[in-house]
Design a protein around this ligand. Structure first.
Ligand code: ZN
Length: 1055
């Protein structure tokens, strides 16, 4: 790669990045000249250079209204759901979980020492970059003097310890609580206040098949509202005092549930060390420095520079990686508030300190956005059953730990600041079984929880779990042998499919024609029905193609056993995928559900037929990559139709040749499905691929699933959300339509600051996911995150989350590659690192030093950017198949942060000398924890063995002079020469070394929902090149080394 790749293009001429295709996938019509005019002036995916006037770095400007779209828009005249009649509450079922639940308290973050030593400078003997002149004599690399930093504003910085990378997060213990199921056992006082308007006495509608599919769940998530005008209310101006102290209770209430120690009521700062059964007295969480005592505020003023802002000269400090995983920064909030905050694995912001104004954000030149993993599998999740779900009457925010109780009867919304009444039944706390403690309700104690939704949250009876399997049975498909694996896996897992007695299933196979299967109860065997008119697809026997799984299980099993043989000798090579998908849509449109499509080649017949667009000679092109956007809009349009009928399509692509994933992937992207890709899949030739497919399929078939879902993300007044990333359809400005939601899907959004946040100490974000469980329950999962607001650049930098920033930039760069060009995207990523480091140098550092200076919290930023430039999705000059590239782009957009980071920057470990020192203990297994090594060949030593975890693939590299003990005890091989060229598993040997190594690899695999293949590599292995391509710090023929990249950035920063 030449340096010109980095200079001067600057994305000029490309459309503003924001409002990329995912924001409104259907509003792609050229919006007219005025459209761009008020779009963002600057964005990271675009230009380096002078800032055009206007509010927005990373800002998309006002949200674009979405024009009406075909069938998946709400019908204009669709009536709002009527709220049910109000009336006295029926008595509720007795509490299931009567005992207080000690586990539901969140333990404080572990006070482990920072993983990074303060000063890691080494003399870098291995700093060998051919021809690169050594940098001038390194100055003393002691921590910079404190006066190098402007004094920090005491933003809730009540601890002198680092707020950033060095501070480990609270462990996942947060979710270890036993899930309490809260029923309202008691209505202590008279009828509930009718003001709320959404008390309900209804019952769940009788589950049915949902013949009529409503087209908009928008107002459902909005929830029932007062029909009439709201009673007069002060709009609740933003307050400087988010944390009002709780007023003393009227005597009568105190008697209801006397605090264990009445005296402590006056001293709310008492540490809460008492067991849960005797909860500590209420203490209103304070949300800002205003609440700190003067002595505490003073402390932070005197404190040293936080670790996050320690100045690092990247050109000199060689080893920047922490010993273990990179931990996200801890928001600088009062401890009580932070302890209860949403877990960063679920909800994370690129900046853990939110700038007060957009202009301040612009100065920092860092992207502002959120990363979510909303449906993540949680070992424990508080579930609340309550007839009243308490929400802000103005903005519909769910009550959460960050609201303010003005007194016992009123709470102030932390998003819009409206003052709301506390409903009568909320006064009863099912945990302590006491009255008058609304602040102790689980809703106010958990930043993540789930509600069982009452009937107001339904437009139709909750749909049953419906699964439709669509299988390519052309000659090419059958030849790969995939059909056996799918049928076998379905047979094995048929009882583990999520669902209940209503679960339905159906099958379609296709080659040049479409085959349906009548599985109606009473038939002696499945009946195949062939539709050869693929131009006008119809359902031959609409009522018997989708059958109740429990009632027809034997026929289904019959079919699965016979399918692989039925097509064993087929010579049909054509493949009518488009018509098969149309058939699937027709079959599921009455109910909604999940379509799983297995496809092995380029579709060749009927609508949606595609032609190969890849020129293999261009795979290594350093020029721009063509054909990243779809060849036809057929798949997107069909996906939008599916979305409108609550149907999601998951695509399994098993192929040995080009399949145009850029076109086919649209069917999943816009219907909120998933894409799985198995290149070079073949039963005989690729056994590792088969194992991977089997494991993935098992997870896919048995993982949790939510149907007919919508997700809305709300944020505090003044902030605005735009440009969503992930697989979904944006139904209205902020409502994502998710016909299916799965626990492995991640999402990202970009944000801008529309109004100054000067009166606020903190802001909050809330993601609410409304879905139908596979058991037919309507549920709402709510995550709320609170972050401090700051007014200085140094505070913004101190709270920067380098991994979240990298992942958000990666998503933005994918859009940029498609809408503009790959080189634009690459320039933009490079510029993002240049711009932020320039800003740090010019606006935060007061004493200039030579070198390339970064705050410690961003020390990995240039490395991650370089890694992105070398990632399959964005690399140039290295042979990359188009489908491989497009798949990597898909993964960057919809995988949760943890897996994306492994794709970008794999973890390298030395494993020939694993010990139990510092090992983890997981369910009585000892898991060694070797330290993470830099991704450079110089770290590999020939007498060792190294394991590289790249997310979906794990390499085990064996050095030529590898310790013979490792070869015999772990690999079971006599010597190096005996290592096979294609080795994909570790033998189960009864040695300590084997057990340790397998425990480590097994543990790595458990950390993710897909199954990474293991490749044992030696010098002669064909996959050695792939392994070496992940050595990001090294130079290749087509790409800079890390050191050269730093020099390039330094040049630009110093300009
Ligand atoms: Zn509100």
């Amino acid at each position: 790669m030449s340096n010109t790749d980095f200079s001067s293009q600057n994305g000029a001429g490309g459309p503003p990045y924001a409002n990329g295709p995912s924001q409104n996938p259907v509003a792609l019509q050229p919006p007219g000249p005025g459209y761009m005019a008020h779009q963002t002036p600057y964005n990271p995916m675009q230009a380096k250079g002078p800032m055009p006037p206007g509010p927005g770095l990373y800002n998309s400007g006002p949200y674009q209204p979405i024009p009406p779209v075909s069938s998946n828009q709400a019908l204009p005249g669709q009536p709002m759901l009527k709220r049910p009649p109000m009336g006295p509450q029926h008595s509720m079922t007795p509490p299931q979980s009567a005992s207080p639940n000690p586990g539901s308290r969140i333990p404080p973050a572990h006070a482990t020492p920072p993983p990074v030593s303060a000063n890691n400078y080494q003399h870098a003997p291995a700093w060998q970059y051919g021809g690169t002149p050594p940098m001038g004599a390194p100055p003393s690399m002691g921590a910079p003097p404190p006066m190098a930093m402007p004094p920090l504003r005491p933003v809730g910085n009540h601890m002198t310890s680092s707020p950033s990378l060095a501070t480990p997060q609270a462990s996942s213990a947060e979710y270890r609580a036993t899930p309490p199921v809260f029923h309202n056992a008691m209505q202590p006082l008279g009828p509930p206040t009718s003001l709320q308007g959404y008390t309900q006495q209804g019952h769940m509608p009788t589950p049915g098949n949902g013949a009529q599919v409503p087209n908009s769940f928008d107002h459902l998530e909005m929830g029932p509202k007062m029909a009439g005008p709201l009673p007069p209310q002060q709009p609740g101006p933003p307050t400087r005092h988010m944390g009002l102290s709780y007023p003393s209770l009227p005597p009568g209430y105190q008697n209801t549930s006397a605090p264990p120690n009445a005296a402590t009521m006056q001293h709310p700062v008492q540490p809460s060390t008492q067991p849960y059964s005797h909860p500590p007295p209420y203490q209103q969480l304070s949300a800002g420095p205003a609440q700190l005592s003067p002595s505490l505020s003073g402390l932070s003023l005197q404190s040293q520079t936080p670790e996050a802002l320690r100045v690092v000269n990247l050109l000199q400090e060689r080893n920047l990686l922490p010993l273990g995983p990179v931990t996200p920064p801890t928001p600088c909030l009062p401890q009580d508030l932070q302890k209860i905050n949403c877990h960063p694995e679920v909800f994370r912001s690129t900046l853990t300190s939110i700038p007060q104004t957009q202009s301040l954000l612009n100065k920092a030149k860092l992207p502002l956005g959120l990363l979510l993993h909303p449906f993540k599998d949680l070992s424990q999740l508080p579930v609340v059953t309550s007839s009243t779900i308490v929400r802000c009457r103005s903005c519909r925010t769910y009550i959460n730990p960050f609201v303010t109780f003005l007194d016992q009867r009123r709470w102030k919304c932390n998003l819009c600041y409206r003052v709301n009444d506390v409903p009568e039944e909320f006064m009863y706390n099912p945990v302590s079984r006491s009255y008058g403690e609304p602040h102790k309700r689980p809703e106010v104690q958990n930043a993540t929880l789930e509600f069982i939704a009452p009937s107001e949250y339904m437009l139709r009876p909750p749909q049953p779990a419906v699964y439709l399997i669509v299988l390519d049975v052309s000659h090419n498909a059958v030849e790969t042998g995939y059909l056996d694996v799918v049928c076998q896996s379905l047979l094995e897992n048929i009882n583990a499919l999520p669902g209940d007695s209503r679960t339905k299933i159906g099958f379609i196979t296709f080659d040049s024609t479409i085959h349906f299967y009548n599985l109606q109860e009473g038939l002696s065997q499945p009946q195949m029905l062939i539709v050869s008119d693929i131009e006008d697809i119809f359902l031959p026997t609409p009522d018997s193609l989708l059958v109740n799984l429990n009632e027809c299980k034997e026929l289904v099993q019959d079919l699965l056993r016979s399918l692989p043989q039925m097509f064993g000798k087929t010579m049909e090579t054509q493949c009518a995928l488009g018509p098969a998908l149309q058939a699937a849509f027709k079959l599921l449109s009455a109910t909604g559900g999940r379509v799983s499509v297995f496809q092995t080649q380029l579709p060749s017949l009927g609508v949606g037929a595609l032609k190969s667009r890849e020129d293999p000679n261009q795979r290594a092109s350093a020029k721009d990559i063509q054909h990243l956007s779809p060849a036809t809009d057929f798949y997107k349009k069909l996906a939008l139709d599916c979305s409108g009928q609550q149907v999601a399509v998951d695509l399994f692509l098993l192929s040995s040749q080009y399949c145009d994933l850029a076109s086919l992937g649209c069917i999943s992207r816009y219907s909120a499905g998933s894409v799985y890709y198995y290149p070079s899949y073949h039963q005989q030739h690729n056994p590792a691929g088969v194992e991977c497919f089997q494991k993935d399929l098992k997870r896919y078939l048995t993982r949790k699933i939510g149907f007919e879902a919508v997700m809305r993300i709300r944020c505090s007044k003044g902030l605005s959300i735009h440009t969503f990333h992930g697989n979904f359809f944006v139904r209205s400005t902020d409502l994502l339509s998710l016909p299916n939601v799965n626990p492995d899907a991640g999402f990202a959004v970009q944000m801008s600051i529309e109004e100054n946040l000067v009166d606020m100490q903190s802001v909050s974000f809330q993601a609410a996911l409304l879905y139908t469980s596979s058991k037919g329950e309507r549920r709402i999962r709510v995550h709320t995150m609170c972050l401090p607001v700051v007014n200085s650049l140094s505070d913004i930098f101190a709270g920067a989350d380098v991994q979240a920033i990298t992942c958000l930039l990666a998503s933005m760069a994918v859009d940029r590659s498609v809408t503009a060009s790959l080189s634009d995207a690459r320039d933009a990523m490079t510029n993002a690192s240049i711009d932020s480091l320039t800003s740090f140098r010019t606006s935060v550092l007061t004493i200039q030093q030579p070198g390339l200076l970064a705050p410690a919290c961003l020390r990995l930023f240039p490395l991650y950017i370089l890694a992105l430039l070398k990632q399959k999705a964005f690399r140039t000059g290295t042979s990359t198949r188009l489908d491989d590239r497009v798949f990597a782009m898909c993964q960057l957009k919809y995988q949760p942060l943890a897996y994306v980071m492994l794709m970008i920057h794999p973890a390298l470990y030395r494993v020939d000398d694993l010990t139990d020192e510092g090992a983890l203990n997981v369910s009585e297994r000892t898991i060694p924890q070797p330290r993470v090594q830099q991704l450079s060949v110089e770290k590999l030593s020939r007498d060792g063995a190294f394991l590289m975890d790249a997310g979906s693939v794990i390499y085990l590299w064996i050095g030529r002079n590898c310790n013979p003990n490792f070869l015999t005890q772990v690999l079971g091989l006599p010597n190096y020469a005996a290592v096979p060229l294609n080795m994909n598993m570790l033998p189960e040997l009864d040695t300590a070394e084997s057990q340790r190594t397998r425990a480590f690899v097994g543990w790595l695999r458990e950390q993710r929902p897909f199954f990474p293949i293991l490749h044992v590599i030696r010098d002669e292995s064909p996959l050695k090149a792939s392994f070496l391509q992940n050595m990001i710090e090294d130079r290749t023929e087509s790409a800079l080394s890390y050191y050269e990249f730093l020099l390039h950035i330094q040049q630009q920063v110093s300009k």
